[in-house]
Structures are given as structure tokens and as C-alpha cells.
Write a protein that binds this ligand. Structure first.
Ligand SMILES: *[C@@H]1O[C@H](CO)[C@@H](O)[C@H](O)[C@H]1NC(C)=O
Ligand SMILES: *[C@@H]1O[C@H](CO)[C@@H](O)[C@H](O)[C@H]1NC(C)=O
Ligand SMILES: *[C@@H]1O[C@H](CO)[C@@H](O)[C@H](O)[C@H]1NC(C)=O
Ligand SMILES: *[C@@H]1O[C@H](CO)[C@@H](O)[C@H](O)[C@H]1NC(C)=O
Length: 424
């Protein structure tokens, strides 16, 4: 890199920032300018009138200044199945200061209340969401024993080999939790980790969690952001939500390939060109409704989401992984570390790299494949999806294809450029 005048100015700015931080920390005034869930708390002294400039600077232009460096960030990736959430999760998992868990709510669904998750009954739904929030709250506090009551069979001596997708968490494949790999090995495969590491010692896992500066959890079993309000507002936590969305037509295509039984009728439609009369339409309409209401909530700019919500479209991430990742980390108030960048370089170059081993593989679903659904779905399926999901598609900037030719013409993008203004 050249040492240009820009670099010099950046350095100077950085050093001012550090001094500013140091001075702030020494004063007795509260440092967490944007943490408290009230717009009035954004000013330095809490008063609206006396510090308009600092308020703007502290809360919008320089998000890093409002970050209490000694405070844990509780990162929540709110996603749905086959929306690229494994990929998103990896971008956090690879960070050296992050303890990452892959969908712990799976255990609530399978063990405690298998049917509640798809229940339309409000009481059932409340029970399920309450249990989910309690579990998340405990996990953010690194209390992994809390999970034990949901694991079948129950762990004995705080040890289990049944933690869902444990191998997807880098911290659980590394010392002190597991000594099977060289700590320098950055690309431990999930399957290898499951095979080579002994049963998971939850005491050690909790220790590993406490050692990391931040905790990130990916979930696909909470319908919308409003369901997380109690968690976001919890003063003991410092939650930042990244909502990951994807073109519902892409989600459908991906689910048809992955969940062959559940989506059997859709496959029949695709193969025969005729829509089965008993097709369960709600499998996709629910996704669109949840996206729409969640994003509507977030962009109504409620005070409780101020500075705590970021909307990410999978397609943007797939097209421009490094740039988007930087935006995401900026939102989190953390620096992107080398490991994350290395992982992006190693995993987003081509779509057909041989390392895509199993159906939840991250690589297989990355960059070049984000829009491949256009070649896999028939036009009438797409047309149908466009009619039941039109509100969500329009809101999220996904264009409808108006003919079969338009659908298959890959040089005509169906993803519109959009900037989503986060709640601030
Ligand atoms: C930062 O957060 C930590 C942990 O929550 C807290 O103990 C500390 O007082 C905070 N620092 C400031 C300056 O607010
Ligand atoms: C739990 O640990 C104790 C002491 O190490 C041992 O005696 C016991 O057999 C263990 N229980 C199981 C179910 O492994
Ligand atoms: C799990 O790790 C803890 C802490 O190192 C240790 O005390 C405990 O004996 C381990 N449990 C088992 C079952 O090995
Ligand atoms: C495909 O889309 C591009 C971009 O809009 C357009 O220029 C081109 O003519 C289209 N090709 C066909 C075969 O429709």
C-alpha cells in the first residue's frame, strides 16, 4: 500500500479517535451514547438542546464512538431456512473474538414442543417464543447448562454429543474445548470436527464462550423482529440484530432441493408442470408474510430498535461479500479481522469448489448460486410466487419477471439496487 496523503489523514483521524475514546473513558459521563433504548439518551448529557452536534456525531456518523469496547455484543442473526444463513453465520463464526452458535432453538423445537413452532394458536406461539427468548438470554450469558434441559438424551456430567451442529462453531472445535486440530488450521470442516472431537464438554464450552469478547447466535425459528423485542430491550444485554432476507423465489428453489420430503409436492409441480391440488401453500406464504411484517416493523423506526437493527439481503452479500461484511461489522462496532477476510477469499471465489460436502454446506450456496433459482424453477411457479409474495418482493427490491424469457435471461438482474436506511 502507498502511504498517500489519504492514509496520513486517516491515521491522524484514527489517533484522534483513540484519544477521544481515552478521554471519554476517564470522564464520569456515560460512554454508551446509543445503547439506551430512548432517543433522548443519545445526547452526551442526555439533554436534547445543549449538544446537538455531538449527538449527531456520536450516534450517526461515528458508530464506533458509541461502542463500549469493554462490553460484550450479543449478535443475533434473524433468518429463515435456506436464506443463506449458514453463509452469514460463517462471517461471524470466523472472527477470533466471536463465540458462535448455530441455531440452538432447534433443541426447543425438537424436544420440548415439536408442534408449537407451526402452530397458529397464539397461546402456543407465546410459550414457544418465551422459551426461545429465555434460552437465548442464557446463552448470551454463556450459560450453556441451560441448554441441557432441551437436549435428548439429557447430558450426563455436562457432556453431550447431541448438540445440534456443534461442529459449525469454530470455538467448539478448538482448544480448550477440543484438541484434535492444530489451532492454526483455519478451515476445519464441520464433519471432521464432529468426528474427531470427543463428546462436547459443556463446562469447557462455557469457558470458551466467556473467553470470547462477543457472542453470535443464528436462529431460523423466530418469525419476526417484533417477537424479539423483550430480548432487544433487556438492559442486561447488548443485542444487535442482523436480519437476513433472501428472494423468496430463491428460498423456494433451495428448499425444494434440500428438504425433499417436505417439499415433495413442489417437486412434482416442477417435474410435471402441473400444480398439485393439495400443495401446502403456506410453506412459502408464511416466509413472505414474516419478511414483510418484520421489515415493516423495523422501518417504522421504533425507538427500541434504534442502532440495533440491520437488514441484509443475501443477494447483496453473495455479490459483494467483502464490502457487505465490512458494513455488517461496522454496524456491530467491531473491526473485521484477518480470519474473516481469509475465509471470504477462500470460500467465495467459485461456486463449484469440491469442498461442498453436505446439504447445509456454506460454499455450495454462495456467490454465483444466489440467482441460480431462475434456471431451476418453471415460469408458472415463479409467477405464482410473485403473486402470493408481491408485497415482500416489492418492499425488499426484488423485481418480478414478466415472462419466461425475462426469467431465464440472467443478464437482466431481478435484484434492484437498494439502500435500506436502518432505524436511527
Ligand atoms: C462498559 O461495559 C462494561 C460491562 O458491561 C461496564 O462494566 C462498564 O462500566 C462500561 N463502561 C462504561 C464507560 O460505560
Ligand atoms: C460422571 O462422572 C463420574 C465421576 O467422574 C463417574 O463416576 C460417572 O460414571 C459419570 N457418569 C456418567 C453417566 O458418565
Ligand atoms: C469437563 O471439563 C471440566 C473443566 O475442565 C472438567 O472439570 C470436567 O471433568 C470435564 N468433564 C468431563 C466429563 O470430562
Ligand atoms: C437480456 O437482458 C439484457 C439486459 O436487459 C438485454 O440487453 C438483452 O437483450 C436480453 N436478452 C434477451 C435474449 O432477451
Amino acid at each position: 500500500m502507498h502511504c498517500s496523503w489519504k492514509a496520513v489523514i486517516l491515521l491522524a483521524l484514527a489517533s484522534i479517535a483513540i484519544q477521544y475514546t481515552a478521554i471519554r473513558t476517564l470522564t464520569s459521563k456515560p460512554f454508551q451514547l446509543c445503547q439506551l433504548p430512548s432517543p433522548q439518551n443519545c445526547g452526551l448529557g442526555g439533554a436534547d438542546t445543549d449538544a446537538p452536534f455531538e449527538r449527531a456525531a456520536g450516534c450517526e456518523d461515528y458508530p464506533l464512538f458509541s461502542f463500549n469496547a469493554s462490553r460484550k455484543t450479543h449478535i443475533l442473526v434473524l433468518a429463515t431456512t435456506r436464506s443463506g444463513s449458514s453463509f452469514m453465520g460463517q462471517l461471524l463464526n470466523q472472527h477470533q473474538d466471536v463465540f458462535y452458535l448455530f441455531e440452538p432453538l432447534y433443541h426447543i423445537q425438537t424436544t420440548l414442543i415439536p408442534r408449537l413452532f407451526h402452530s397458529r394458536n397464539m397461546a402456543d406461539r407465546r410459550v414457544m417464543l418465551g422459551a426461545s427468548r429465555d434460552l437465548l438470554r442464557s446463552l448470551y450469558g454463556c450459560d450453556l447448562y441451560f441448554l441441557e434441559s432441551y437436549i435428548k438424551p439429557p447430558p450426563s456430567n455436562h457432556t453431550t454429543d447431541k448438540l445440534f451442529r456443534a461442529g459449525a462453531s469454530r470455538a467448539l472445535c478448538q482448544p480448550p474445548v477440543c484438541n484434535a486440530f492444530d489451532p492454526a488450521d483455519i478451515n476445519v470442516e464441520e464433519g471432521d470436527c464432529m468426528k474427531k472431537c470427543a463428546a462436547l464438554n459443556l463446562t469447557l464450552a462455557a469457558e470458551a464462550c466467556r473467553e470470547k469478547r462477543h457472542v453470535a447466535i443464528k436462529i431460523v425459528r423466530v418469525p419476526e423482529i417484533g417477537d424479539l423485542r423483550a430480548l432487544v430491550e433487556d438492559p442486561r444485554l447488548n443485542v444487535k440484530v442482523i436480519q437476513l432476507v433472501r428472494d423468496p423465489r430463491g428460498i423456494l428453489s433451495s428448499r425444494i432441493e434440500t428438504f425433499r420430503d417436505t417439499y415433495r409436492l413442489w417437486r412434482i409441480w416442477r417435474a410435471t408442470g402441473r400444480r398439485p391440488y393439495n400443495l401446502d401453500l403456506s410453506q412459502l406464504t408464511v416466509v413472505c408474510e414474516d419478511f414483510f411484517s418484520s421489515v415493516s416493523t423495523a422501518f417504522s423506526h421504533p425507538y427500541w430498535l434504534k442502532g440495533k437493527y440491520l437488514l441484509v439481503r443475501y443477494e447483496d452479500l453473495a455479490r459483494n461479500p467483502l464490502l457487505k461484511t465490512k458494513e455488517i461489522y461496522e454496524f456491530l462496532g467491531l473491526p473485521v479481522d484477518k480470519k474473516v477476510e481469509e475465509w471470504i477469499h477462500a470460500n467465495t471465489r467459485g461456486s463449484s469448489e469440491p469442498s461442498a460436502k453436505h446439504k447445509f454446506g456454506t460454499v455450495r450456496d454462495s456467490a454465483a448460486n444466489a440467482e441460480s433459482w431462475r434456471l431451476k424453477l418453471s415460469y408458472d411457479m415463479v409467477e405464482y410466487m410473485q403473486s402470493v409474495c408481491h408485497k415482500a418482493l416489492r418492499q425488499l427490491g426484488y423485481r418480478a419477471a414478466r415472462s419466461a424469457a425475462e426469467l431465464k435471461n440472467m443478464s437482466l438482474s431481478l435484484v434492484q439496487d437498494r439502500t435500506f436506511v436502518p432505524p436511527s
